[in-house]
Design a protein around this ligand. Sequence first.
Ligand code: HEM
Length: 297
Amino acid sequence: MRPFKEIKANYYFTKEDEDRLLRLKPFMEKRVDRVVEALYQWINATDAAKRLFKDESLIKHVMKLVRIWFISLFSGKYDNAYYDSLIRIGQRHEKVGVEPHFMNRAINIIRNACVDILCDELDYIERDQYIISINKILDMNLDIIISAYIEEEVKGYSVAYKAKSKVVRFGEFFAQLTSFSLIFGLIMLTGAVIYLCGRDLYAIFTGKLEQTIITALGSILILWVMLELINTEITRQKGGKFKISVFVGVALVTTIREVMIATLKHDTLEFIGALVVSVLVIGVIYWLVKKTEEERK
Ligand code: HEM
């Protein structure tokens, strides 16, 4: 499967789309029964679709799930958990034989119902942007559910594909495990930095004010960068972008701290000079990386 980030980029699905969908949530929640009813009526009127359900209670059960899915379209939160839930729908549909053309028709019914609701709730000037955002989220849903369906089907008859997907799944699991270990490691290191800050602050109160105030400042800088590192890793876990600038920031802050300590220890001028040049070089790299990241936003 293509990564969710790539699919969002393909559909030009932006933060503005997310906000617009979230704004629609109250209208859509109010009218969800009308949407589910439209799908239910179509299934009941279509023999091939109805045959997929062994009894009426199963249709009702699936309609309850469709209701939850529909409301989540307007949650404004489209992270990896959301993506996985769509993959599971495609996989389940493949298992029970819900062919992709049923899904196409279902999404078509839901799209029409959404447009109807927007016509009732909004005036025509503001409607267009909202319709575009709804179309994007529905198309992405359809894309993911059908791709998962096809992938599941291909697995059934291709041994090579089955082996490849097992390797990929193991790789994904391993990457997840490494990420958790990374966050855990960062938390431990942050603990160590807090200890460092505490020690420096203690030294301030026990007399060596002038010297330790500077080292304490350096330790606090490092603590701040550690928090940035943890936040970056958590954001990446939630499907956000990887920020190289944070890592360059770590190098920058550590070197600044070294400069402070070297000055206090009255190290040689050459050594302090070399550190200052390093700060300047890393500073320029930091500025360039940060600028590029801002432009790509
Ligand atoms: C937007 C449209 C649809 C959504 C969001 C949707 C969602 C779901 C979900 C969440 C499940 C349960 C997945 C799981 O067990 O993990 C499911 C199962 C199922 N869906 Fe759909 N579905 C849709 C359309 C359809 C259509 C059009 C049909 C039939 C023509 C259908 C037939 C079924 C069946 C038979 C099951 C298996 C129920 C069971 O045995 O547990 N679905 N669907």
